[in-house]
Design a binder for this molecule. Structure first.
Ligand SMILES: [Zn+2]
Length: 157
């Protein structure tokens, strides 16, 4: 099942179409945004070994509210996990992006909306991501969270 999902992903890639789109954006003076993805992987608690917990803690994406049994990972790390020994993984793939101003992580619809804003407006990166963007950019709450999570991961399962 998981193998089928992955092969669909690979088939859906259209590098030439993407390259043309990026070129069109550049010609309008817009720096094309990279499309970033976050995969939410659900791991059955019974199958979590101490070694795997540590591996997950080191790789979960900061600021996205991971639990040990439900971890936000970069696609590369999620793929690695899917090749491993856990039999019953649930994987949800979404787009992911950090606000350029406050560093808040945006996922799914919010990330896609931000990407479309950046694609349509050459000043899109300087626009707030939401009502609390300016306040949170000022306090640095998201940047601090990212740093602290990289330094000392703490998870509650
Ligand atoms: Zn923001």
């Amino acid at each position: 099942m998981i193998g089928r999902i992955l092969s669909m992903t690979d088939r859906n890639r259209k590098p030439r179409w993407r390259a043309a789109r990026r070129q069109a954006l550049r010609s309008r003076g817009v720096r094309p945004p990279n499309q970033l993805d976050a995969w939410c992987v659900e791991v059955p608690y019974k199958e979590l070994t101490a070694e795997m917990k540590q591996w997950l803690e080191e790789r979960m994406i900061p600021g996205l509210g991971s639990l040990l049994t439900r971890v936000w990972l970069k696609p590369r790390d999620a793929r690695h996990l899917m090749k491993g020994t856990i039999k019953t993984l649930t994987v949800v793939r979404t787009e992911c992006r950090r606000c350029e101003l406050c560093a808040r992580p945006l996922v799914a619809d919010e990330a896609a909306a931000r990407r479309r804003l950046i694609e349509s407006d050459m000043n899109g990166r300087e626009k707030p991501c939401g009502p609390r963007c300016a306040e949170e950019a000022q306090s640095g709450v998201w940047r601090k969270l990212i740093r602290s999570q990289y330094r000392a991961p703490r998870l509650v399962a």
